[in-house]
Design a protein around this ligand. Structure first.
Ligand code: ADP
Length: 429
C-alpha cells in the first residue's frame, strides 16, 4: 500500500474535534488522519488538529452504501492503512468498511456482537460468563415475555449508547408502561429501534475497564469506579481510576473481561467495558464496546493512570503497524490517578447561568474543562436527554484526592434555570 505521505494514514469516523485526545495521540504516533466529521459538526478547515490531513464527508447513517462507495474511491485514489471510530453506533460500519477494503479490523460479525446488546448477552451466556436473566423484545407488544424475570429489571434499546432510554422497572405492573416509554424515547432519539433488551437489575457498584487487544492477547490497563447509579434513569456521573478494590476482586474482573473478549471474538483493538459488581463482589458485564470509550475520555483516564499512550497503541493496531506484543499479565502499576466529573444537569429548563466552571480552567489539577451546554440552551427533563453540561478531567496523586476533588466540584459548580419553558406535559425531573 502506498500514500503520498510517508506517514501511515487512518480514516477517523465521526469524532468531534473538541475532544482532542485521539488527535494528539495520532500526532505523537506520526499517524495522519482523514477526518469524517459528524454530520452535525461544521469543521473549519483552518482550525483542524495538526494530525488531520484531509476531511471526507460521509453520511453513514442514512446512506451506508454511498458512504462505503466513497471510501472505496478514496482508497483507490489515495490508499489509507486503516479505519477507526470512537463513536459506538459507527463501530459496525467501520468493521464492514475495513473488511471490504482488506484493512485491519474486527470484522462485521464481531462488531455486531459488541454493538447489539441482544447478541452480546447471548454470546456471553453461551460462553458461560456471568449474565443476568434477560429477554429480547422485538416489539413493545411482546412485553409480557419479560414479566417472568426477577424484578427490578432494566429496559434498554438493543443498539443504544450513552444510556439513552435505559430505564429501570421496579415491578411487573410497571413493565408495560416502561417498555412503551423506552420504545418511544429510543425511536425519537436514536432514529430507529429494532428491539429492546429487558434484563435483571444488577445491584452493586459500577466500574469501567479499559483494555487493548492485539493478536488475541488482551491487556487490561485500568479499572475505574463509575459510581452506583440506582435509576430509574442512568445519567453518567463520575469516573475515577484506579478503583480501590481488593486484589481478589480485581483479579475476578480481569478474568471476566478477558473471557468476554474471547466470547465476543475481539482479538484486536481497544475496548471499553462497563460492569457491575453484583452483591459488591461478582463482576457482571453491562457492555463491551470495541472502541476507545467516552469519545476519548477513556484514553485520558488510562494514560493518566498507566503512563501508556493508549490511543496511540490503538491507532497503531488499526493501521497494522503495532509490533510490541501486549502480553496478558497483571494490570500495569499505576503512576497516578485520573478522573472525569460529568457535571449533572441538576434540573431542566432554559439555562441562565453556569457558575464555578471558569475558575477550574486555572486549577493545576485540571487538564480539560469540556463544556457542551451554555446559558441559553434548553435542557429537557428525563427520559429525554439533552446532553451533559460539561466534563472536568483532572489528574491527582491518589484516588483519595480524586474523591475529595469531586466532593468539591459537587459544591462548586451550579447551573441555574429560568422557568420560562413549559414542560407540564412531560415526565418527572
Ligand atoms: P448504554 O450503551 O446506553 O450506555 P448500558 O447497557 O451501558 O447502555 O446501560 C447504561 C447504564 O444503565 C449502565 O451504565 C448502568 O448504570 C445501567 N444499567 C444498564 N443495565 C443494567 C442492569 N442490568 N443492572 C443495573 N444497571 C444497569
Amino acid at each position: 500500500m502506498t500514500t503520498d505521505s510517508p506517514h501511515p494514514t487512518l480514516v477517523l469516523v465521526y469524532q468531534r474535534t473538541s475532544l482532542p485526545w485521539i488527535f494528539e495521540s495520532a500526532e505523537r504516533a506520526g499517524i495522519d488522519l482523514v477526518l469524517v466529521p459528524r454530520p452535525d459538526e461544521a469543521v473549519s478547515e483552518d482550525r483542524l488538529p495538526p494530525a488531520v490531513v484531509d476531511v471526507l464527508q460521509l453520511d453513514i447513517e442514512t446512506d451506508r452504501a454511498g458512504a462505503l462507495d466513497a471510501l472505496r474511491r478514496r482508497y483507490e485514489e489515495n490508499a489509507f492503512q486503516g479505519i477507526v471510530t470512537l463513536y459506538d453506533p459507527a463501530v459496525p460500519f467501520v468493521a464492514e468498511a475495513a473488511e471490504l477494503l482488506g484493512l485491519p479490523g474486527i470484522g462485521r460479525d464481531v462488531a455486531l456482537g459488541a454493538q447489539d446488546k441482544r447478541v452480546m448477552r447471548e454470546r456471553l451466556a453461551a460462553a458461560g460468563l456471568n449474565v443476568p436473566g434477560f429477554v429480547r423484545l422485538d416489539e413493545p407488544a411482546d412485553w409480557e415475555k419479560a414479566a417472568r424475570l426477577t424484578f427490578p429489571v432494566v429496559v434498554k434499546p438493543a443498539h443504544g449508547f450513552s444510556s439513552l432510554g435505559v430505564t429501570k422497572a421496579e415491578s411487573p405492573q410497571r413493565l408495560k408502561s416502561v417498555v412503551d416509554e423506552v420504545w418511544r424515547t429510543s425511536a425519537s432519539k436514536l432514529g430507529q429501534v429494532d428491539g429492546l433488551v429487558v434484563e435483571e437489575y444488577l445491584d452493586g457498584p459500577e466500574f469501567a475497564v479499559e483494555s487493548l487487544a492485539h493478536g488475541g492477547d488482551v491487556r487490561i490497563l485500568t479499572i475505574g469506579y463509575k459510581g452506583d447509579p440506582q435509576g430509574p434513569h442512568f445519567e453518567e456521573g463520575v469516573y475515577r481510576a484506579p478503583a480501590a478494590l481488593p486484589e481478589t476482586v480485581q483479579d475476578d474482573i480481569r478474568r471476566e473481561v478477558i473471557a468476554a473478549h474471547k466470547a465476543l471474538g475481539i482479538t484486536d483493538g481497544p475496548t471499553h467495558t462497563e460492569l457491575r459488581l453484583r452483591g459488591g463482589v461478582t463482576p457482571y458485564l453491562l457492555e463491551m464496546g470495541a472502541r476507545i470509550g467516552g469519545s476519548g475520555v477513556s484514553h485520558y483516564i488510562a494514560s493518566g493512570v498507566t503512563g501508556i499512550d493508549f490511543a496511540a497503541q490503538a491507532l497503531r493496531i488499526a493501521a497494522g503497524i503495532a509490533s510490541e506484543p501486549l502480553g496478558s499479565g497483571p494490570l500495569p502499576t499505576p503512576v497516578g490517578a485520573a478522573a472525569n466529573y460529568i457535571v449533572p444537569c441538576g434540573g431542566y429548563g432554559r439555562i441562565t447561568t453556569i457558575s464555578g466552571l471558569d475558575e477550574l480552567r486555572d486549577d493545576p489539577r485540571v487538564d480539560h474543562v469540556v463544556q457542551m451546554l451554555f446559558p441559553g440552551d434548553v435542557v429537557r427533563p428525563y427520559p429525554d436527554f439533552t446532553g451533559y453540561p460539561a466534563f472536568v478531567l483532572s489528574r491527582h496523586a491518589s484516588i483519595a484526592e480524586t474523591e475529595e476533588f469531586h466532593r468539591f466540584l459537587e459544591q462548586a459548580i451550579r447551573i441555574e434555570y429560568a422557568d420560562d419553558t413549559d414542560h407540564s406535559h412531560e415526565g418527572q425531573a
